[in-house]
Design a protein around this ligand. Structure first.
Ligand code: ADP
Length: 452
């Protein structure tokens, strides 16, 4: 048994004996015993009352020293109170440090409860989102940021992903990037960043590339025209040179080879410029492609014919096409996707290789796949293939007339159709380029007939 409790039992015995002894001369030992017990109870009540009074206002009252079990209770309570005070002080310091650091953040941070109502926000939120302390705390964030895209993003489960860009509060003219991160039990942290400057820079970069490409196109067409004309004249010169016996070893005029090289390089530049302009157009267009009805089987047929001309009978080309499946989208962009993938498959597949194109209806939408048995792609190159001018095999790309922009165009055009590009490949084994289109854009012949 605890020593303090043993002492209390002794004290109880002492009180009882003292009461009985004091009452003995009056011949009432029982009354004396009761009075002794009452004294014992009063002793404890007095210490309990002192504890309660101190607990109520620990700064105002002092704890008495206490005896017996009360000494232990008092020291224990005092120590705990002291520890609590210290912890509170530490917490207060952490909270004020957190407040100071979030106040210094240039990004707006808003804490939302499980119902999407604002429970806290930092300084930056007052300027970026135009929130006001007393007015907006406790209000649903969707009532304050009235943007259909934001409402859809907040309601969706993929809030932890990339975030969205929306126009800031009306007057500000800002563009905000918003990301919502779920934590705890249904709470969310909303981060908003001002990306106006970055967007402006991006826009001026895009404008620069588009303008430069546009400006270069006309002089290059003129140059190409003259080169073609000179090449024609050179051909007749070749004949003349041969007749005059001033021929090269190969029997051609000395300017024949440089002229051909100049024509080849000029046509490469024309292709690069055409692709840069195509990309610029894709970027300048609205986020979503139009939704005109596009006959994909016919488009695949036309692209296959072009591919056959390019292949010149060197590859086996096979199509597995669901003839009833169509898409809503932009015909030129969809054609660009198919022809770029087919042209890549041809250019990176050695002669006698096989190229297959699949067009199928899947549960989650339509799937276009272009598979080849070509040179394949190393795993380290896969994530970077859709970057502009990124080439896994630079020599082969240039040799076969590649611009390094084909897959960037495919990715952009797909994004405008809410589609996704997935690439599977193994070096030396071949590659598969899969374009997934959402169900909302697919249209079967049956659905078309029903729609009337
Ligand atoms: P390029 O005009 O150079 O082909 P793309 O953007 O179309 O540019 O493709 C980027 C790079 O991806 C290519 O340079 C090539 O290395 C690689 N690539 C694309 N398609 C294939 C394929 N079917 N097989 C192997 N490599 C490919």
């Amino acid at each position: 048994m605890n020593r303090a409790l043993q002492a209390e039992l002794l004290r109880l015995f002492g009180y009882a004996c003292l009461g009985s002894l004091l009452a003995a001369p009056f011949d009432a030992p029982l009354v004396g015993l009761c009075l002794g017990l009452l004294g014992f109870i009063w002793h404890h009540l007095w210490y309990a009352a002192a504890l309660l009074r101190w607990l109520d206002a620990p700064k105002k009252y002092e704890l008495p020293d206490g005896v017996g079990v009360w000494r232990d209770i008092y020291t224990g309570s005092y120590d705990r109170w002291k520890q609590g005070k210290k912890r509170k002080r530490q917490l207060r310091a952490i909270v004020s440090e957190f407040r100071a650091s979030t106040a210094a953040l240039p990004d707006a941070a808003v804490v939302l409860d499980a119902d999407g109502c604002i429970s806290w926000f930092n300084e930056a939120a007052t300027s970026l989102l135009e929130l006001e302390g007393s007015r907006d705390r406790g209000i649903r964030i969707s009532h304050l940021i009235r943007h259909p895209e934001f409402a859809a993003y907040l309601a969706s489960d993929d809030t932890d992903k990339t975030g969205i860009e929306i126009a800031g509060p009306a007057e500000s003219g800002r563009i905000l990037w918003i990301r919502v991160i779920a934590y705890g039990q249904g709470q969310k942290l909303l981060i908003a960043r001002d990306v106006t400057k970055m967007k402006q820079l991006e826009q001026s970069r895009r404008d620069f590339v588009a303008n430069a490409s546009h400006e270069l196109r006309t002089p290059l067409t003129v140059l190409r025209g003259y080169l073609d004309m000179m090449a024609q004249e050179a051909e007749s010169d070749d004949v003349a040179v041969q007749a005059g016996d001033k021929r090269h070893d190969d029997g051609l005029a000395p300017w024949h080879a440089p002229l051909q090289e100049m024509r080849r390089q000029a046509s490469r530049m024309q292709k690069i410029i055409a692709d840069l302009l195509k990309l610029a157009n894709l970027e300048a267009s609205s986020r979503h492609a139009s939704d005109e009805l596009v006959d994909i089987p016919a488009l695949i047929g036309a692209s296959l014919e072009e591919a056959m001309v390019l292949s010149d009978g060197q590859h086996e080309l096979v199509a597995h096409v669901d003839e009833t499946l169509n898409l809503r989208g932009n015909q030129a962009e969809l054609h660009s996707i198919i022809s770029n993938l087919l042209s890549n498959a041809l250019r990176y597949t050695p002669p006698q290789g096989k190229i297959e194109i699949y067009w199928e209806n899947r549960r989650n939408g339509a799937l276009l796949r272009v598979c080849d048995t070509g040179i394949g792609i190393a795993p380290t190159d896969l994530p970077r293939l859709t970057e502009r001018f990124y080439r896994a095999d630079t020599a082969r790309s240039r040799e076969t007339g590649g611009t390094g922009l084909g897959l960037a165009i495919v990715k952009h055009a797909l994004e405008r159709h809410e589609g996704q590009l997935k690439i599977h490949s193994q070096l030396g084994q071949g590659s598969e380029f899969a374009c997934q289109f959402p169900s909302a854009r697919t249209l079967t012949r049956d659905a078309l007939a029903k729609a009337g």
